[in-house]
Design a protein. Structure first.
Length: 125
């Protein structure tokens, strides 16, 4: 990210990955991979785009940190993460970003077949 101090970028990257530790395992895996891909993809962008990129990730980190604290204080045990994405914000996205968002939504809403257990009527010998 041209023109930005490398330590600022690394610190934000590390902070986001640390915050992901509070996410459920499936969301953490998807989120970690997404963060890694996005930071790699934006490595050589111009100064203006880099500033906006970092600002958005800083907002994400702040919101995730607040939600993690709220969930920790909530005694119901039901963790809640995420925010509503207003239509005005979506209109700022490029087609490529909309496609990425759709892929992310599909990945995060897949049923988790990895842990499904089917019971058989007959015992296995």
């Amino acid at each position: 990210m041209a023109g930005l101090h490398v330590s600022r970028v690394r610190a934000l990257y590390k902070r986001v990955l640390q915050l992901h530790r509070v996410l459920p395992p499936d969301l953490k895996a998807v989120g970690d991979q997404y963060v890694k891909d996005e930071f790699r993809r934006h490595k050589a962008v111009g100064s203006d785009e880099a500033q906006r990129f970092l600002q958005e990730w800083e907002v994400y980190a702040t919101v995730l940190s607040q939600q993690a604290n709220e969930n920790w204080q909530n005694s119901t045990g039901k963790a809640c993460f995420g925010i509503f994405l207003p239509e005005e914000k979506l209109s700022d996205f490029r087609d490529e970003q909309i496609g990425q968002l759709q892929e992310l939504m599909q990945e995060t809403t897949k049923p988790n077949w990895q842990f499904s257990v089917s019971e058989s009527a007959e015992p296995k010998l």
